[in-house]
Design a protein around this ligand. Structure first.
Ligand SMILES: [Zn+2]
Length: 171
């Protein structure tokens, strides 16, 4: 019944399906980006223990708030955003002159806030559509979606950093 034994055909079908889900995927990306900027959301999902010490200059960050306040954002740093059920990371730089990049790990556990619920619902919708069209098991649909979302988030972050840099050089 499934014509997806040919990997090329399978990939084409997958792309087509993700294209029809573009709006839903965009909204998930948007929600994820906003959550990753919310201090409350980050704090509630903290996995890295505090106090935390910089391995290079030995500066101690007593709490996550201190860390967030005292370190600086990396314009084009590698940031992994919350998607669903995965760990995600925040990279920030230790203050000058140290400037070592420090990483904090979070766990993206179940989120019952309104955006969190919306995001889960959208994800479910996308997953069901993928499974219907491609006749694939749940786990596979989930993998495809998580990969696509991670790609979209990386692209979006890159574009935002570009824009910020452009704005800074224009002024
Ligand atoms: Zn340091």
């Amino acid at each position: 019944m499934s014509s997806l034994t040919d990997p090329k055909e399978a990939l084409k079908a997958q792309e087509l399906c993700l294209d029809t889900l573009r709006m839903e995927l965009d909204e998930i990306v948007h929600i994820s980006l906003n959550l990753s900027k919310s201090l409350g959301f980050l704090k509630s999902r903290l996995k890295t223990p505090f106090p935390r010490k910089c391995t290079k200059c030995a500066r101690i960050f007593e709490t996550f708030e201190d860390f967030y306040k005292d370190t600086s954002e990396i314009a084009r740093g590698t940031v992994n955003y919350p998607i669903l059920g995965n760990d995600f990371y925040l990279h920030r730089n230790c203050p000058s002159p140290c400037e070592t990049t420090l990483v904090v790990v979070f766990v993206d556990r179940r989120d019952d806030s309104l955006p969190g619920l919306r995001r889960r619902l959208l994800f479910e919708t996308c997953m069901n559509r993928l499974r219907q069209v491609l006749h694939i098991p749940r786990e596979q649909a989930r993998d495809i979606l998580l990969t696509e979302l991670a790609n979209q988030l990386t692209i979006r972050t890159y574009l935002e950093a570009e824009r910020e840099q452009q704005a800074a050089s224009d002024s």
